[in-house]
Design a protein around this ligand. Structure first.
Ligand code: G6P
Length: 613
């Protein structure tokens, strides 16, 4: 997804902008550009492809400046070409933009009639021309921007500079995240604080509708109604600044191996010995007591963790739970039932569809006078989702850089289980001994996960058998059915092999027709009530010449044989098995992708944080 960096300082900031863009590369993009103001001129460089191309261009042209904006673009309106790359110019204005301006065509037609000439196919360029136009009747850059923003429909963030205002950076947040990095005698903006961590750890988080007027000495923020408002400056803990691959070849591998620690962190915040901490989600107790059903809303990998939570909610604490993909949920006007708890699951907390589904539900419930509550399970403490829900539980996975989600997923599962235990306890729906046993198993989980990671070399060997394949099936039952979906998603997103995840019981209803010598079938086989049924499904595959790759509980009795490869997974309580069985499918996808030579951390066409629809 697009990234914004900008700054105003006394020193040349071209290197800072480039470094900031590099730190946003993980979000996925297809072109990059920057504009600097120098002696009342706008100097611009843009390049298709990686930030390093832009860096080379800036080195060659040697452009410098103390005020500037930069951008990585993930094409939405118009192809990934240099002309469409940001910043976009109009006369002496330069603009970078994240998100979408929905009414750009209408605005563009009016601007064309007024004589403006467009040099790109983007929705962004209208903003640059609108600012130029507004400056004909407004005395300052700030008031010109303030007059333009209400004309724009959609969700967006903007960074704007003008050659005649060499000490002014204007930032707008309207539905797409933007932070201000506070320095000494210099200030910066970034669509993600990660971009600015090398230069500051002090941030002002803009709120929806904020317009920031930023100079070297000052940050002034104006709300919708143009009244100046105060926003606190927050200092970040130094530990969040770890964003390097260290000894690992890819962020994804590093993040896979960070899971025992991430899990431990996430669990520790909620547990005290063999009990839930007294203060754990204490503020939510009243709402939890009244909850009659749960509606989970999420996208991608986060949706898969929701699917697992459904089994847990219903089997463990007898609470009805529905799960839906946010992009469907938001447009279907689902019936709002009083005392429903809406749970948004999201790594980033900024996913456009999930946020829109939440906001729409809150709005409709309010209009109907229905009491509902909302909760975010999220990895980013400063995200919109956390701010806009009644309650939240953080997954303490640390920054996740690889586009394919790994540690965020397993920590989401741990967080969901903890929160289910809490509701169960508050509603008196979980026996004390069940709660104690589950907590014991949760504490044990990081160790089991660590032991599972020991099978890395074995999984690497198996991955060699996938390199030439075109298709792959993943099968599981119960809580490992969503892991089959997740395994298929992981494989397709980073290795570009077509993969499908199925509930093993559905095999005979279609996918069995695909099974032949060339179709690897991955089986998730924990030791649970469904194991015998799963073994029958394996027979069905073998009888059709399929090759089985089984991740099986060490005590499952499933052994290696011709065309049946088995990786023994350490035993774990059946409740928590999806956390553990995530590991082999992550490792398998990772190794297959590396062997196929794909861009593992930034797979083609995908983005880490999908902040547009
Ligand atoms: C993108 C990412 C996925 C992620 C999904 C939902 O598709 O590539 O890894 O699962 O968005 O993102 P969220 O931040 O809401 O979990």
């Amino acid at each position: 997804m697009c990234g914004i960096v900008g700054g105003v300082a006394e020193r040349n900031i071209s290197d800072i902008l480039i470094e900031g863009l590099k730190r946003l590369e993980y979000r996925g993009y297809d072109s990059a550009g920057l504009a600097l103001i120098n002696q009342q001129h706008v100097l611009r460089e843009r390049r298709v492809g990686k930030v390093v191309n832009l860096e080379d261009a800036v080195k060659t042209s040697q452009i410098t400046g103390t005020l500037g904006i930069a951008h990585t673009r993930w094409a939405t309106h118009g192809k990934p070409t240099e002309d469409n790359a940001h910043p976009h110019l109009s006369d002496r204005v330069a603009v970078v933009h994240n998100g979408i301006i929905e009414n750009f065509e209408e605005l563009k037609n009016t601007l064309i009639q007024q004589g403006y000439v467009f040099s790109s196919q983007t929705d962004t360029e209208v903003v640059a021309h609108l600012v130029t136009e507004a400056l004909k009747t407004h005395a300052t850059l700030l008031s010109a921007v303030q007059s333009v923003v209400p004309k724009l429909k959609g969700a967006f963030a903007l960074g704007i500079v003008h050659a005649d205002y060499p000490d002014e950076l204007i930032a707008v947040r309207e539905g797409s995240p933007l932070v201000v990095g506070v320095g000494i005698g210099e200030h910066f903006i970034g669509s993600d604080q990660l971009a600015l961590l090398p230069i500051t750890n002090r941030f002002i988080y803009l709120e929806e509708g904020d317009i920031a007027y930023i100079t070297r000495q000052d940050v002034r923020i104006f709300a919708h109604n143009e009244h100046e408002i105060e926003r606190p400056t927050k200092e970040l803990d130094a530990t969040v600044s770890h964003a390097s691959k260290g000894e690992y070849k890819h962020f994804m591998l590093k993040e896979i191996f960070e899971q025992p620690e991430a899990l431990q962190q996430t669990i520790s915040q909620a547990l005290n010995g063999n009990a839930l901490r007294e203060d754990f989600l204490q503020h939510a107790e009243l709402d939890f007591k009244q909850v009659k059903q749960v509606q989970i809303i999420a996208c991608g990998t986060s949706y898969h963790s929701g699917l697992i939570a459904k089994y847990w909610f219903e089997q463990l604490i007898d609470l009805p739970c529905q799960v839906e993909i946010a992009s469907e949920f938001r447009y279907r006007s689902p019936v709002i039932v009083e005392h429903t708890l809406y749970v948004c699951i999201s790594q980033s907390g900024e996913t456009a569809d999930t946020l829109a589904a939440l906001r729409d539900t809150q709005k409709r419930a309010k209009a109907k006078g229905l009491h509902i509550s909302s909760m975010a399970i999220c990895n980013v403490a400063t995200s919109s989702m956390i701010r806009e829900t009644d309650h939240h539980l953080l997954t303490l996975a640390g920054p996740e850089i690889g586009v394919a989600s790994t540690k965020a997923f397993t920590t989401q599962l741990a967080a969901l289980m903890l929160f289910i235990l809490k509701i169960g306890q508050v509603q008196g729906k979980i026996a004390e001994h069940v709660l104690t046993k589950m907590i014991e198993d949760l504490w044990h989980c990081p160790k089991v996960l660590l032991n599972t990671l020991q099978h890395n070399a074995e999984i690497l060997r198996l991955s060699e058998l996938f390199v030439e394949k075109q298709h792959c099936l993943f099968l599981g039952r119960g809580t490992n059915y969503p892991i089959a979906l997740e395994g298929a998603l992981k494989l397709k997103e980073i290795s570009y092999i077509h993969a499908e995840g199925y509930a093993a019981g559905e095999l005979k209803h279609g996918p069995l027709a695909l099974v032949d010598n060339d179709m690897p079938v991955v089986i998730l086989a924990p030791k649970d009530d469904m194991l015998d049924k799963l073994k029958s499904n394996m027979e069905e595959v073998q009888a059709r010449g399929g090759e089985l790759f089984v991740f099986a509980d060490e005590h499952s009795g499933i052994a290696e044989k011709d065309r049946q490869h088995v990786v023994k997974v350490p035993s774990i309580s059946h409740w928590l098995s999806p956390i553990i069985y995530s590991i082999p499918v992550q490792l398998l996808s990772y190794h297959v992708a590396v062997l196929r030579g794909t861009d593992v951390d930034q797979p083609r066409n995908l983005a880490k944080s999908v902040t547009v629809e």
